[in-house]
Write a protein that binds this ligand. Structure first.
Ligand code: HEC
Ligand code: HEC
Length: 259
């Protein structure tokens, strides 16, 4: 076997291995997440650090979910990944031990710190006046074929509020989506985006009890941070190392035999 052939075989083997073990988890929720269930998770596992009001007041350095500048450049998939893996080297633990649906629920709940009730209510009025003819009263795009469907979870999971705001302001070129920057004030456009964010949740607004998210539960259980070798990235590294080692030993053995 020439070196090139060996290299080629090695790479194809590693590639197959990679495909086999790459995590096949959905990066968007399979059903609409529940902000009420997310509230329960938040109180139990997150409020101690991120604060009952989501402002990061529980712990120095914990993210502030009421900070619009941060939230508008996030998307649900990103938040979900952080909740799943934690932030290595920082105090943010991994919550991969929570069920998929609980993790999506808590992500939904986190959004409600940004999509505040007052803003959403104002956005609803704006939406119902200006947008339902195309996007439908339920936000599912039923008014006009091709209008964006805000209940489509696989699309919503990847969208940043900032991108929606830009589309609402400027319109979308070569489509029926008109620009609104001349007819709606900036605050109104943001509130419209906040309202359309809620179409992806099963139960917005949260129940009255959930609204009183002020007291961080004192008895929280913080899961131990995963060691690197317990994460999927770590597993990939370990398996690839084993494969390379096995292949090297095999080639070495063959070399000895052929002498
Ligand atoms: C022990 C304290 C602690 C707990 C408990 C905790 N976090 Fe965090 N979290 C942090 C810290 C600190 C950061 C900032 C990490 C950094 O600097 O990147 C953070 C960051 C985050 C981020 C990233 C925000 C961004 O800017 O993208 C998300 C999302 C998050 N936490 C969600 C949660 C959720 C949901 C829970 C509960 C299920 C939770 N956290 C529990 C300490 C905590
Ligand atoms: C005349 C029909 C029409 C009206 C009225 C309308 N839209 Fe749209 N909108 C569309 C269409 C069509 C699209 C899909 C554009 C595309 O293919 O990207 C769209 C897309 C969008 C998008 C997604 C853009 C992106 O970044 O992918 C947002 C957000 C949006 N509309 C918000 C609104 C809001 C808020 C209003 C009311 C203030 C509104 N639309 C009114 C037709 C409309």
């Amino acid at each position: 076997m020439s070196g090139v052939v060996i290299l080629h075989k090695m790479f194809s083997m590693l590639f197959c291995l990679f495909i086999l073990i790459s995590p096949v988890s959905a990066q968007y929720p399979l059903e609409k997440p529940s902000v009420n269930s997310g509230y329960d998770v938040y109180r139990m596992s997150c409020a101690a650090c991120h604060g009952g009001k989501g402002d990061g007041s529980g712990m120095n350095g914990a993210s502030d979910f009421t900070n619009s500048e941060i939230m508008i450049v996030r998307n649900s998939t990103l938040l979900f990944t952080t909740v799943t893996n934690g932030v290595p080297g920082k105090a943010m633990p991994s919550f991969g031990n929570l069920s998929l649906s609980k993790r999506w629920d808590v992500v939904a709940y986190i959004w409600t710190f940004w999509a505040d009730r007052t803003g959403v209510d104002n956005g609803k009025d704006i939406f119902n006046k200006n947008c339902t003819s195309c996007h439908g009263e339920k936000g599912d795009g039923s008014g006009l074929p091709g209008a964006f469907d805000f209940t489509n979870l696989s699309r919503m999971a990847y969208v940043q509020p900032a991108v929606f705001f830009k589309s609402v302001s400027e319109g979308v070129a070569e489509t029926a989506m008109p620009p609104w920057k001349d007819s709606l004030a900036q605050g109104g456009r943001w509130n419209a985006v906040k309202y359309l964010w809620t179409f992806q949740f099963r139960d917005y607004p949260p129940q009255a009890t959930s609204q009183a998210a002020v007291d961080p539960s004192p008895s929280i259980e913080i899961p131990k941070d995963n060691e690197w070798y317990m994460t999927s990235g770590g597993a990939v590294i370990i398996l690839i190392s084993i494969a390379i080692a096995a292949w090297t030993i095999y080639l070495f053995g063959r070399g000895l035999l052929e002498r």
